[in-house]
Design a protein around this ligand. Sequence first.
Ligand code: BYC
Length: 334
Amino acid sequence: MYGNDFGPPEPAGVTDAGPADLGGEDDATFLALIDADARVEPRDQMPGAYRASLIRQIAQHAHSEIIGMQPEGNWIGRAPSLKRKAILLAKVQDEAGHGLYLYAAAETLGVDRSELLDKLHSGRQKYSSIFNYPTLTWADMGAIGWLVDGAAIVNQVPITRCSYGPYARAMVRICKEESFHQRQGFEILHTLSNGTSAQHAMAQDAVDRWWWPSLMMFGPPDDASPNSERSMRWGIKRFSNDELRQRFVDMTVPQSQALGLTLPDPELSLDESAGHWRTGPIDFRELFEVIGGNGPCNAARLAHRRAAHERGQWVRDAAAAFAAKHATDAQGAA
Ligand code: BYC
């Protein structure tokens, strides 16, 4: 029944919620499926720990998308032209859409979106560290697009091949949109970098502030990443945190040269024999502080999110009332 909802009838004992989870993480049939690079679909049997790990990662990812609307939403009313405003508005709307696809993908694993939002609001689930930094100038819109969305693409393209089908498929469209986001950020910075000296300085200042936090988005180093080994065995992650971080650095250094901006790392150098750009040491204490709730904007981001959720209660009530009325009308007509 793997990878296909339209196969032969389900065996006895299978409920509407799908078959019961496999007990062992190392179930041979499941691992053979992973080794064959096939996809796991919602009603397939899977180890409980695989399901839990996917819910954890997809929920965090979804939360990152909707919290990620805040730093840029802060600049919609202050964009320097109508065109820039329209582009930024579209980008922030895309992020809401990404949240929606991802919550829907998580729901195929048997959790409810409201439960996930409760966990976000009560601090029991995380969102990306990067969105706990403030957006101080218009150039931050460029730096977020270029660096943050650039990092997101490097991290997320491999997820289009994730072993869990609904997550992999959601990522295809998300990555296409991230690509537009990255280019619009690059173009903002290119314009500023080639503008007046004050504009150039503003672009450089934004890159100086966003560079290190962008490298931290990829997570802790591999030897301090408790989830990586198992997630890679299960085909949830295809590359390790450090591999993806290195790929991002290699991609970004030449782009910074094209922009005429420097990266704030005096130790950055090309390792010619390996063909990689090497950074100086990354201060991961900052990542752990931010993940632990002590970043510059953690409290403000969560407070804003909770308030938005409360303000939206009437919409959820109206939708539920409409659905109930529709169900009653349909029953009456039958
Ligand atoms: N921030 O064992 P590890 C976007 C946590 S959206 C916060 O390596 P894993 C965008 C990690 O969760 C960007 N927490 O974990 C949106 C774990 O804690 P738990 C979001 C982090 O899962 C709008 C612990 O640290 N992208 O780009 O193997 C506008 C140990 O880590 C972070 C995704 O979510 C962090 N940076 O690897 C613009 C992509 N890093 O859960 C842009 C999908 C680590 O054990 N997610 N932690 O309590 C992933 O690829 C992986 O989950 C990660 C972490 C690479 C992030």
